[in-house]
Design a protein around this ligand. Structure first.
Ligand SMILES: C[S@@+](CC[C@H](N)C(=O)[O-])C[C@H]1O[C@@H](n2cnc3c(N)ncnc32)[C@H](O)[C@@H]1O
Length: 253
């Protein structure tokens, strides 16, 4: 088993961390959760439908604004992230906003927690895209209590078939790569290594981890949405096909 991408992604995120401070600060200041690259409100997405407080782990927490939202909603969050620089920003925001919870430097593929420690696990563009699903999803299932939920959001499988190789050109309205064999994604001009698998493979994996599917939420930006700074997809594409998807799954009793 190769863990090379854990080290290289740590280096990448240590460099990128400074670019995520402003967005993190804005998200910490906001009480209403806004999801994904277009910031769709929780009232429209419903990613937290199955969150009812209790022990929470955020997998690849980055600046940890989701953990802050959940702490303000009676959760007891723990944030884990592979990048010390991201966690440093998160720790600064804890002081600024006076919302404190444990922040752990670690790898979401090898969680430093006992079995059945959490009621809810969540990842928004954290482990959800930066970890190998065949490693992180069994780990998330292991640390969830029976009846606990995992919610995760990232780029849709369809977008990953249409997204351009470079960061500057938006996703095409045609398929640019095969779905068969999709798993590890590396880009010519981007040092980050991500993971995306097909829906069929993901469903098989979830079932093998005793995770039953509650909902697959396909996200579309509302009509009045403004373009983002991210060039890999634009509104023209995102208003026709789901640019992001969120899965809510439950560990069976
Ligand atoms: C885009 S941020 C996600 C945080 C936040 N929700 C956001 O969208 O900004 C991605 C985070 O995943 C973290 N990450 C990457 N690989 C990881 C791993 N193996 N274990 C834990 N965190 C990881 C990175 O360090 C980074 O902070």
């Amino acid at each position: 088993m190769s863990y090379d991408y854990i080290t290289s992604n740590r280096e990448v995120w240590n460099q990128w961390a400074k670019n995520y401070v402003a967005a993190g600060q804005k998200a910490w200041a906001n009480d209403q959760p806004l999801w994904g690259i277009y910031g769709i409100p929780e009232s429209e997405v419903g990613l937290l439908k199955s969150f009812h407080g209790g022990d929470v782990v955020e997998l690849g927490c980055g600046t940890a604004y989701i953990s802050a939202w959940l702490a303000r909603r009676n959760g007891r969050p723990v944030g884990i992230d592979n990048s010390p620089a991201q966690l440093k920003t998160a720790a600064r925001f804890q002081e600024q906003f006076e919302v404190r919870f444990p922040l752990i430097h670690g790898d979401a593929e090898q969680l430093p927690f006992k079995d059945e420690s959490f009621d809810f696990a969540i990842s928004e563009y954290g482990a959800a895209i930066w970890c190998d699903p065949y490693q992180w999803i069994p780990e998330a299932a292991r640390v969830l209590r029976p009846g606990g939920h995992l919610a995760f959001l990232g780029n849709s499988a369809l977008l990953m078939l249409c997204v351009s190789d470079d960061d500057e050109t938006p996703a095409k309205e045609s398929l640019l790569r095969p779905q068969l064999g999709m798993h590890r994604f590396e880009w010519p001009d981007d040092p980050g290594i991500q993971f995306h698998i097909s829906h069929g493979e993901l469903i098989d994996l979830l079932r093998s981890c005793q995770l039953e599917i509650i909902e697959l939420i396909e996200l579309y930006p509302p009509a009045d949405t403004e373009e983002t700074e991210y060039a890999f997809v634009n509104l023209e594409w995102a208003q026709k096909w789901p640019y992001e998807e969120a899965w809510i799954v439950r560990k069976t009793d």
